[in-house]
Design a binder for this molecule. Structure first.
Ligand code: SF4
Length: 467
């Protein structure tokens, strides 16, 4: 769970100002929605607070991807009951509200209103006395592109002061059978190029060097005649952002032009997330992923052949309905061939409203899912470590992002990222390093997630290559 708050900004009519508190669960897109909501509530003369106790309005911005996320929200709501008794308004917004709908209101929870991700503009009423309500209309057009969070909104409460996440696209048309997103976030729509360029340049002016473009289906971005490649080119040509990453994509939306752009322009960083989900064609078909294992592997090969030192991450689900031992072995084989640098691996859990829940029986026993998941994680961790160890002895260029957790006055340490998003930790005993610097680090050891090395010296800031 992460918490999203903003610093108090002076509103024009202090005497009528109401205070609000937002707590965010789930993915970066939810974090971004909380920034939008903060901005919307500030426009309504609201003031953000750091604790629910200080607030008149408490909003939990929720996720519906896993059962665990639901349980967390229920527990959090129960812990806030005493505040509702004191007259504070409590709302659940986001994917869980959209997914469970009115069901949530009958659970005997301390809850005054629910709102889906497309109803953020409705929340302001609860600062001004509205008692209760349900706001679950999904929009075909809402992108909140007129509500651009400031750099202060982005940076408040984050340790990494040079990176910002920017939503460019909302919703999904793919209807993978296991996924709840098309039902909780609706159909695909994209923000205008101009609003994204403006937000990214504002962020650069405020000190941001890295931007992560977000969307449920980010590389299916299309605004009028501009596709995702066109958008990235616009950002490279019309902003001074130094590094661009993006997530989360679908394998079908990786045209060669996009891969070539990544190869040609170092600002469009050599890191790609390509969700596999399963390596078995029959499971992929039941998941409605619209590619085969062979097609997936040829996409990986195109990346590896075209983009130097590219790092590829993935998502995999084990225990999808009907997954046999053979299906599972096929997934491990594809993972072996793809040589993923890292992976997010999950055991299947049925989600309300999905096609999989309606059509298939969740028939893989929990202990089998657990065993398969552990086996997969084990193999992937070994592979990730081996891939990281390949850098031992090499000198790599790192953009310094923050002080490392273990840093102290006696032993200052920093953490930063290589262009392909590998995390590097290094001590700087006698050197003055500043966040945002580019430095050279010689790698001397590696774990499955981090490289460790020695500071060699500062490096020149790369020039901003245009397209
Ligand atoms: S493409 Fe992603 S967001 Fe869309 S349905 Fe499939 S898994 Fe869900």
């Amino acid at each position: 769970m992460s918490t999203q708050q903003t610093q108090n900004r002076a509103p024009s009519k202090k005497s009528t100002a109401k205070k609000f508190y937002i707590e965010t669960f789930g993915c970066q897109m939810n974090e971004y929605d909380s920034l939008i909501l903060t901005k919307l509530l500030e426009k309504e003369n609201g003031i953000s607070t750091r604790t629910p106790e200080q607030a008149d309005l408490i909003v939990l911005n929720t996720c519906a991807v896993r059962e665990k996320a639901h349980t967390k929200v229920y527990n959090r709501l129960r812990s806030l009951e005493y505040l509702q008794k004191k007259g504070k308004k409590i709302g659940v917004i986001g994917c869980m509200a959209q997914n469970l709908r009115e069901e949530l209101l009958y659970e005997n929870l301390p809850l005054d209103f629910i709102a889906g991700p497309d109803s953020l503009r409705e929340i302001g009423q609860y600062l001004h006395g509205k008692e209760a309500g349900t706001h679950l209309t999904l929009s075909k057009t809402e992108t909140y592109e007129d509500v651009i969070p400031t750099v202060e909104h982005h940076l408040n409460n984050t340790e990494n002061k040079i990176t910002a996440f920017v939503t460019i696209q909302r919703g999904c048309n793919n209807f993978c059978t296991f996924c709840v997103v098309p039902y909780t976030r609706g159909r695909e729509r994209s923000r205008s190029v101009q609003s994204i360029v403006q937000e990214v340049q504002n962020l650069v002016d405020g000190g941001i060097q890295t931007v992560v473009l977000l969307g449920q289906n980010v590389n299916s971005y299309r605004y009028q005649d501009t596709d995702f490649v066109g958008l990235v080119k616009a950002l490279l040509n019309h902003t001074d952002i130094e590094r661009i990453y993006f997530t989360s994509p679908h394998p079908k939306d990786y045209p060669m032009e996009l891969i070539e752009l990544m190869a040609e322009n170092p600002r469009f960083c050599n890191q790609a997330h390509i969700p596999l989900q399963s390596g078995s064609d029959s499971v992929l078909k039941r998941m409605k992923r619209n590619y085969t294992a062979k097609e997936f592997l040829s996409l990986i090969q195109r990346f590896r052949e075209t983009v130097e030192d590219v790092a590829i991450s993935t998502d995999v689900i084990v225990g999808f309905p009907g997954e046999t031992e053979e299906d599972f072995q096929q997934t491990l084989e594809v993972m072996e061939k793809a040589e993923f640098d890292s992976a997010f691996m999950f055991a299947y859990s049925e989600r309300k409203g999905t096609i999989a829940r309606k059509r298939f029986i969740d028939d893989v026993p929990e202990e089998v899912k657990k065993r398969r998941l552990n086996q997969m994680i084990d193999l992937q961790l070994k592979r990730s470590k081996a891939k990281n160890e390949a850098y031992v002895g090499k000198t790599v260029s790192v953009l310094v992002e923050a002080e490392a957790k273990r840093s102290s006055q006696q032993n200052p340490q920093f953490v930063g990222k290589m262009r392909n998003a590998r995390k590097v930790v290094f001590p700087t005993p006698n050197e003055k390093v500043t966040i945002g610097d580019y430095v050279n680090v010689q790698i001397d050891s590696a774990s499955s997630v981090t490289l460790f090395g020695n500071f060699i010296g500062k490096a020149e800031k790369p020039t901003l290559k245009r397209v």
